[in-house]
Design a protein around this ligand. Structure first.
Ligand code: FAD
Ligand code: UDP
Length: 373
């Protein structure tokens, strides 16, 4: 069959590869001048540092099948994300762990003592936290919430934590030991030559053609037997019901010599610092040595038409609109909506790959008839 895949990010590449291996003819287009979507990495011309162009990407998963898959296409080196945060004039370790608690409160508590201490700070009248703020007050108490989460979250999401769901904070653990690894997952690492090299290897198949700088046009679909759409769900329908809300990011690049901040990611919890974090890219490749260094200050704001969509907002308003777009998508034969933008969900890379593999497997098994899915 002739397959059109819109988007050469992980979703398009993984589905394309699977279908190509099953003998289908895959045309992958992307509006951008490069492959790999938001995971795109490239070497900085000035310093040689590998840049995570659309923000820091750390690979982490519990899915052994996905881990095997990525290791088929790239050499992964061990990498654990250890984030620091600057707040109220001091530097602390994130996610909240025993070192954070002891340094913040000037204590020397052991794990059980710290657990009891934090519980004594918690607002136990909140029995079923619904909002971000309730979740924070229930599980870490007001002091840590004010220092690390309130200001950062207002900057990141452009609204009060009282308007955001508790699920956003649930992504972050609170640990009563000295483990400062940001993620829990069994498999964690960084592709030695960057994510774009990995995606290039996935796309390297004789049944795949890739066209960059190519915006989707409806007549392209007419030439294909099936379309996989990893662009914005509302974009496919020309935003006819309205726009789904996204946060976008602006990166302010600056370069220096040596080591600017001593770690890859430094968050800024204070509301009066306008950026959320500074990323120093050379620390993502600790096996490389560079004299120069490149950092991005990261600012978050509401996406306007034409901006890169980064984080789906998914507040009540968006959820109602999303339902309508999902109904439209179901009523659109011959097109499967995939990935972060196509399904309007926050998806990590491993989940994106898992869903792409499962979608492609179903497509091959059903002989291209996706009407039942
Ligand atoms: P995308 O990468 O967005 O690819 C979609 C592609 O479609 C784009 O290249 C776009 O140009 C193209 N496209 C859209 N519309 C059209 C059109 N009309 N015509 C042609 N082409 C079009 N995940 C992790 O696991 N670990 C992390 O540390 C991590 N950090 C992240 C940090 C940030 C700031 C963000 C925003 C995400 C992060 N992620 C992380 C998630 C990761 O970026 C996604 O899981 C992944 O990029 C999803 O791939 P995708 O192919 O679905 O979407
Ligand atoms: N967060 C915060 N302070 C921090 C880091 C995270 O308040 O220093 C909040 C913020 O609202 C963020 C959420 O916790 O969106 C989840 O954190 P994560 O690191 O998963 O952020 P994301 O991947 O969304 O950037």
């Amino acid at each position: 069959m002739k397959i059109l895949l819109v988007g050469a990010g992980l979703s398009g590449a993984v589905i394309g590869r699977h279908l190509a291996e099953a003998g289908h003819d895959c045309r992958i287009i992307d509006a951008r001048p490069h492959i790999a979507g938001n995971c795109h990495t490239e070497r900085d011309a000035e310093t040689g540092v590998m840049l995570h162009v659309y923000g820091p990407h750390i690979f982490h998963t519990d899915d052994e099948g996905v881990w095997d898959y990525v290791n088929r296409f790239a050499r992964f080196l061990p990498y654990q994300n250890r984030v620091k945060t600057t707040a109220q004039g001091r530097v602390h370790s994130l996610p909240i762990n025993l070192l954070t608690i002891n340094q913040f409160f000037g204590t020397t508590l052991r794990p059980d003592e710290a657990r009891a201490f934090i519980e004594s700070k918690a607002d136990t009248s909140i029995t079923d936290p619904q909002t971000f703020e309730e979740q924070a007050l229930r599980f870490v108490g007001p002091e840590l919430y004010e220092a690390f989460f309130k200001g950062y979250t207002e900057k990141q999401w452009g609204c009060s934590p009282t308007e955001l769901p508790a699920s956003i904070l649930k992504r972050l653990p609170v640990r009563f030991n000295y483990d400062d690894n940001y993620f829990f997952h069994r498999f964690q690492g960084m592709p030695q030559d960057g994510y774009s090299a990995m995606v290039a290897a996935i796309l390297d198949h004789s049944c795949i053609t890739v066209e960059l700088n190519t915006e989707y046009r409806p007549e392209m679909a007419a030439e294909a037997d099936h379309v996989f759409w990893s662009g914005p769900l509302d974009g496919y329908f020309d935003y006819r019901l309205g726009r789904l809300g996204y946060r976008t990011l602006d990166f302010e690049r600056f370069s220096d010599k040596g080591d600017y901040q001593g770690c890859a990611v430094m968050n800024y919890g204070d509301r009066d610092v306008p950026y959320t974090r500074i990323t120093e890219h050379k620390h993502f490749s600790p096996w490389e040595s560079h004299e120069g260094t490149v950092c991005y200050r990261e600012y978050s704001r509401a996406a306007e038409p034409g901006d890169t969509p980064y984080y789906p907002i998914r507040l009540v308003e968006e959820k109602a609109l999303l339902e309508q777009y999902i109904d439209l998508a179901h009523a659109t034969p011959g097109v499967t909506f995939v990935g972060r933008l196509g399904t309007y969900r926050y998806l990590d890379m491993d989940v994106t790959i898992r869903e792409a593999l499962d979608t492609a497997t179903r497509f091959v098994a059903a002989d291209g008839d996706m009407s039942a899915f």
